[in-house]
Write a protein that binds this ligand. Structure first.
Ligand SMILES: [Zn+2]
Length: 289
């Protein structure tokens, strides 16, 4: 990344001087051999830290980078999109820095904040920190928040189509439903205020015209839910191009919810109950909270 040569200022350029297409000093030199070459890419990394002790900051910082990289590879984020955080046992939050390329993050770009989202070292955290703080305040049981802009899940919200219907058995058993929170301007306090009621009842929520937030007991638990939301959106999209998507009938939904007991699945998600007696969960786009 070093660049000893100062870049030319406006004053350095003669008004009408012809400018060579290529800096003569670089003629014939191989790419990468000059100070004008692209910044050095971070070390290529394929593995992921799947387990990290709750207080192991170095492992958590790497895990945050790994989750961001995988989401970038899966086109759930581009450029500076998305943010991922983990809560430490002392209540502090480790979160992605603002304005970094999320697919290429390195652990030094993870910032530790207090429980209110103030960076301990004065660096600038993402404006979406408010969303993370709200999620942790709403859910004392969670240790991670993953936020991304996955294509299909967001596209459904743009089209005004809910993914809260009970159509995929696995989602009913594990997550209950996938609600959509009404639109709020990203980065404002409106957005975390909107999320609270949804996160109190579920682990994943689509934010209209914006993205998806998933919470979990650790980073990969939250990330797994993000994958499930987008996968559900892709399957639903594929099915809708072929025909009508019919929800599972109420007795089937009931049976699936009962199976949670034998499978030992605990989930806070009870948004299904909003539609009354667990009828077919044709939940409205904005379920009553
Ligand atoms: Zn966002």
């Amino acid at each position: 990344m070093s660049n000893d040569r100062p870049s030319p200022g406006i004053d350095d350029l003669a008004p009408c001087a012809p400018r060579p297409a290529v800096d003569p000093a670089l003629e014939g030199k191989p790419l990468g051999a000059t100070p004008w070459s692209a910044p050095t890419a971070p070390p290529e990394r394929h593995g992921v830290v799947t387990q990290a002790a709750p207080d192991d900051k170095a492992a958590i910082a790497q895990q945050i980078c790994d989750v961001m990289r995988i989401m970038y590879q899966q086109e759930m984020v581009v450029a500076n999109d998305g943010n991922v955080s983990a809560r430490l046992p002392n209540g502090n939050i480790m979160i992605t820095a603002s304005g970094v390329l999320k697919g290429f993050m390195t652990p030094d770009q993870v910032i530790e904040c207090d429980a209110k989202g103030n960076a301990l070292d004065g660096r600038r955290v993402t404006t979406e920190i408010k969303m993370h703080v709200a999620a942790y305040e709403e859910r004392p049981d969670i240790r991670a928040v993953v936020h991304a802009h996955p294509i299909y899940a967001v596209a459904f919200s743009l089209a005004g189509i809910s993914l809260a219907e009970c159509v995929i058995p696995e989602i009913i058993v594990t997550m209950g439903t996938i609600p959509t929170a009404p639109y709020a301007t990203p980065g404002t306090y409106d957005l975390p205020d909107q999320l609270g009621p949804f996160l109190s009842k579920g682990d994943a929520v689509i934010m209209e015209r914006h993205g998806v937030v998933c919470v979990g007991t650790d980073l990969f638990d939250a990330f797994k839910k993000m994958e499930m939301v987008e996968h559900t959106a892709k399957i639903t999209h594929a099915a809708r191009t072929m025909g009508t998507v019919k929800p599972i009938a109420p007795p089937g939904v009931k049976e699936l919810l009962e199976s949670r007991k034998t499978l030992g699945i605990y989930t806070k998600n009870n948004l299904c109950e909003g539609c009354g007696a667990r009828e077919v969960c044709a939940a409205p786009l904005y379920p009553a909270t």
